[in-house]
Design a protein around this ligand. Structure first.
Ligand code: UD1
Ligand code: MG
Length: 446
């Protein structure tokens, strides 16, 4: 039935009080992307249109985060069926499939949802079921003798026997859009919470002579995040997936558990990542790159064969060319380091262009900021920047030029020149011995 058009409704109006946060719950991040961002991305991967996000009044930051997708406002949080009803207007006239997702379930995977659509037959309501043994807060799926779904009973409303059912409601439902709102209107609120339960749509559909069915999925994907502890569980699960994917794509992770990826980290093949490396969002790494231990990398591009770290920090806008070396305690921000250039020790290179094959000596600093504006430093191809050079931007050092160690460079240096900008050394022979003798004599007297 996958030729039917698809709309997605993402429920995100819940208060999330247990997060104890000023931020709406669904904006908390997993692998560098908000939870709702993960859910919306899964909806997009299925080609859903529209994707309507249901929010509570005042959740403007959520509306901004899901743009360009529309939001629908649920005025009061009267339950999941009431929340879906809030999307009535944006879905007026839509007769394809409507998939219901939760904004606080970031682990749901597009592949699973696609399979759910494929396995669907012609039932009015398909529920994604999970197997959970023992005590759990999930709604229980009650099946008929023929294996179809008869009704869902919430844990709070269930009898002891019903609570023993291990087939549970993940919360994900696929509903025939032509019937959705008619069925919702028949749902009442006489239950333990006095809420309008979306889960009751199954019994309502059955009463109307329609069929309902369950498609099963791994329980892991249904994890709902209500607290910071659950957020950390979601993070670890997501990281496990990302690490596995990186290795499947041909990267070596020496200690996978200590490498932290962002949702969009793109590694080429034959990349080696040593232990304790953190990737923020927006990182692309070319083939054969070596990332040594203890690096922090975000919004950066690293080209083929470069060596990064140990202990390097690549900040937004760092662009490292083929075969370049960035060594320990080197920070690069908004700067291009061309092919084969090296900055191996203790440097800050910000707002700069470093030419191919240039060598940046230990302790080099670009002084890019005067407290108000940022300025650029240009270093030509093959230049040699002496150790402990401070480059006061805007300034340029020409191709093949040298700067003397310890120089403070404030004026442009032409190609192939040497710039030395430091105090001349004076040597006074015997001075130290005389000084000591004088001091001792004074002490003996006193
Ligand atoms: C719901 C299901 C339960 C299922 C479980 C899976 C119902 C009645 N129960 O229970 O069967 O096992 O999810 O996690 O549907 N929301 C709104 N507006 C509301 C209420 C909720 O937008 O008025 C949103 C929440 O933000 C959340 C989602 O709907 O994203 C689910 O709500 P929640 O209160 O967590 O439902 P559960 O009680 O967990
Ligand atoms: Mg819940």
């Amino acid at each position: 039935m996958t030729d039917r058009s698809l709309a997605v409704i993402v429920l995100a109006a819940g208060k999330g009080t247990r997060m104890r946060s000023a931020l709406p719950k669904v904006l908390h991040k997993v692998a560098g992307r908000s939870m709702i961002g993960h859910v919306v991305a899964a909806a997009e991967a299925l080609g859903a249109d529209p994707v309507v996000v249901v929010v509570a009044p005042g959740m403007d930051s959520v509306a901004a985060a899901v743009k360009p997708h529309p939001v629908a406002v649920q005025t009061e949080q009267n339950g999941t069926a009431d929340a879906v009803k809030a999307a009535r207007e944006p879905l007026a006239g839509f007769a394809g499939d409507v998939l219901i997702l939760y904004g606080d379930c970031p682990l749901i995977q597009a592949d699973t949802l696609a399979r759910m659509r494929q396995e669907r037959q012609d039932e009015a309501v398909t529920v994604l079921g999970i197997r959970v043994r023992g005590v759990s807060p999930y709604g229980r799926l009650v099946l008929s003798a023929d294996g179809t779904l008869e009704r869902i009973v919430e844990a709070l409303d269930a009898t002891e026997a019903e609570r023993r059912i291990d087939l549970c409601n993940s919360g994900v439902m696929l509903i025939d859009g032509a019937r959705l709102f008619v069925l919702l209107d028949a749902i009442g609120n006489s239950n333990a919470k006095g809420e309008y339960y979306l889960t009751d749509i199954v019994a309502v559909a059955r009463n109307a002579g329609l069929s309902c069915r369950v498609v099963e999925a791994p329980a892991q994907e249904a994890l709902g995040v209500n607290s910071r502890a659950e957020l950390s569980v979601a993070e670890v699960t997501m990281q496990t997936r990302l690490r596995r994917k990186a290795m499947e794509n041909g990267a070596t992770l020496i200690d996978p558990k200590s490498v932290w990826f962002a949702f969009d980290t793109a590694l080429g093949s034959d990349v080696t990542v040593e232990p304790n490396v953190v990737f923020g969002p927006g990182v692309t790494v070319g083939d054969g790159v070596e990332i040594r231990a203890f690096c922090h990398i975000e919004k950066a591009t690293i080209e083929t064969g470069a060596i990064i770290g140990p202990y390097a920090r690549l900040r937004p806008g760092a662009s490292i060319g083929e075969g370049a070396h960035i060594g320990n305690f080197v920070e690069i921000k908004n700067a291009r380091i061309d092919k084969g250039a090296k900055a191996n020790h203790l440097s800050y290179i910000g707002d700069a262009d470093v030419g191919a094959g240039a060598n940046i000596g230990a302790g080099t600093i670009t002084c890019n900021y005067d407290g108000f504006s940022k300025f650029r430093t240009k270093i030509g191809a093959g230049a040699f920047i002496g150790s402990d050079t401070t480059l006061v931007a805007p300034v340029s050092v020409g191709a093949g030029a040298f700067t003397g160690a310890g120089s403070t460079v404030t004026e442009d240096v032409p190609d192939d020149a040497l710039a030395v900008a430091r105090g001349r050394q004076a040597v006074k022979p015997g001075w130290a011995a005389e000084f000591r003798a004088k001091q001792r004599a004074a002490k003996d007297k006193g």
